[in-house]
Design a protein around this ligand. Structure first.
Ligand code: AMP
Ligand code: TRP
Length: 336
C-alpha cells in the first residue's frame, strides 16, 4: 500500500520561533518516514499583510534552510516554495468562486489580523484560508500537521471539499480529497514569554515574548531571565491560575525529552531561580545542532537552490494533475 500524503507550510515572515518549531516542524520531522511529505514555504501568504520586498527572497531561503536544519529529510520529503508552483494561485481562484463570503468573514485569524491592520485590510487577507485550502487540496493530502491556531482553517478546507464534491463530483467519484488535521497535544500552543495567556507569535512587537530558533545563547538567556513568572514557590502544570508556569514547564518537558510526570516530580519544589537556568541550558543545547546545520546550509546557496528546484518539479507534477482534474470537473475547455 502506498504511503499517506502530508502537506504543511510556514510563512516566510521573520524568524521561526519555538511555537513554530514545537507546534509544527518538530512533528513533521518525527513522523516523516511514515508518510509521503510535501513542505512548502508559503510566500504567497506572506504578502496578505504589508511586507518588505527587500527581504522576502532571503526570508524564503531562511525558512527552507531551517526546514532542513530541523531535520526534514529529502529521502521522505519534498521542500518547495509556494509561488514557484503556479497551480496554487490558480486553484485558489477556482475555489474562491465557490466559497461563500461569510465563511471567510467569520475566521478568527482574519478578525484578529484585520483588527491590527485597521483601514488597510487587503482582500488577500480575507482570502488567506482559500489559498491555504488550495495548498492542501492540490496534493490530495491525507493529513495536515499544524498548531492549534490553524484548526479553523482546516475545517474550512474540509467544508470546501464537501461543497465542491457535491456540486461538481459524484458520490463514487469525488474530485477533491478530504484532509484531516494532525494536531499534537504537547506544544500545539506555545505561549508568549511575556504573557502566558497569549500565543507566542512572530507579529508580537516585543522581541522578549518569543525565542527564535536562531537566537544566540545570550539572547536566549536574557529572554528567559526576563520572562514573566509568578511569586509562588513550587512549580506545577495543573494550576489554571498559573499560565506562565504551565507554559515554561511544558517547554522544558518537550525540549528536555522528559515526560510531564517526570518534570512534575523534578520541579515540584523548585523556585524560579532554580528553574530558569535549567530551562535556559536545555533550550540552548537543543537549538545548537539546528543552528549549526542552518549556518552550514546558508553558506552553500547552490545546494539550497538545487533542493528548491527539484522540489518545484516534484510539486508541480502532482499539483498540475489535480488542477486538471478540478478544471475538467468545472467544465473548462481543453485543447491538445
Ligand atoms: P506561521 O508562523 O503563522 O506561518 O505558522 C506556522 C506553523 O506554526 C503553523 O502550523 C502554526 O499552527 C504553528 N504555530 C505558530 N505559532 C504557534 C504557537 N505559538 N504554538 C504552536 N504552534 C504555533
Ligand atoms: N496558515 C498557516 C499558518 O499560518 C500556513 C499555511 C499556509 C499552511 N498554507 C498551509 C499550513 C497549508 C498547512 C497547510 O500557520
Amino acid at each position: 500500500m502506498s504511503k499517506q500524503r502530508i502537506l504543511s507550510g510556514v510563512q516566510p515572515t521573520g524568524n521561526l520561533h519555538l511555537g513554530n518549531y514545537l507546534g509544527a516542524i518538530r512533528n513533521w520531522v518525527e513522523a516523516q518516514s511514515e508518510y509521503d511529505n510535501f513542505f512548502c514555504v508559503v510566500d504567497l501568504h506572506a504578502i496578505t499583510v504589508p511586507h518588505n520586498p527587500a527581504t522576502l527572497a532571503q526570508d524564503t531561503y531562511t525558512i527552507a534552510a531551517l526546514y532542513l536544519a530541523c531535520g526534514i529529510d529529502l529521502q521522505y520529503s519534498t521542500i518547495f516554495v509556494q509561488s514557484h508552483v503556479c497551480a496554487h494561485s490558480e486553484l485558489a481562484w477556482l475555489l474562491n468562486c465557490i466559497t461563500p463570503l461569510n465563511w471567510l468573514e467569520r475566521m478568527i485569524q482574519f478578525k484578529e489580523k484585520a483588527l491590527k491592520q485597521g483601514e488597510n485590510v487587503s482582500v488577500g487577507l480575507l482570502d488567506y484560508p482559500v489559498l491555504m485550502a488550495a495548498d492542501i487540496l492540490l496534493y490530495d493530502a491525507d493529513k495536515v500537521p499544524v498548531g492549534e491556531d490553524q484548526k479553523q482553517h482546516l475545517e474550512l478546507t474540509r467544508d470546501l471539499v464537501i461543497r465542491f464534491n457535491d456540486k461538481f463530483g459524484s458520490k463514487d467519484k469525488p474530485i477533491l480529497k478530504m484532509p484531516e488535521p494532525l494536531i499534537r497535544k504537547e506544544g500545539a500552543r506555545v505561549m508568549s514569554l511575556t504573557d502566558g495567556t497569549n500565543k507566542m507569535s512572530k507579529s508580537d512587537p516585543n522581541e522578549l515574548s518569543r525565542i527564535n530558533l536562531l537566537d544566540t545563547p545570550d539572547q536566549i538567556a536574557k529572554k528567559i531571565k526576563r520572562c514573566k513568572t509568578d511569586p509562588i514557590k513550587g512549580l506545577s502544570f495543573d494550576d489554571k491560575d498559573r499560565p506562565e508556569c504551565n507554559n515554561l514547564l511544558t517547554l522544558y518537558s518537550i525540549l528536555a525529552g522528559k515526560s510531564k510526570a517526570e518534570v512534575a516530580v523534578e520541579c515540584q519544589k523548585f523556585g524560579w531561580g532554580q528553574f530558569k537556568p535549567l530551562l535556559t541550558e536545555t533550550t540552548i543545547e537543543s537549538l545548537k545542532p539546528i543552528q549549526a546545520k542552518y549556518h552550514e546550509l546558508m553558506a552553500d546557496p547552490s545546494y539550497l537552490n538545487s533542493v528548491l528546484k527539484q522540489g518545484q518539479e516534484k510539486a508541480e507534477s502532482v499539483a498540475n494533475q489535480t488542477l486538471s482534474r478540478v478544471k475538467n470537473a468545472l467544465g473548462y475547455l481543453t485543447i491538445n
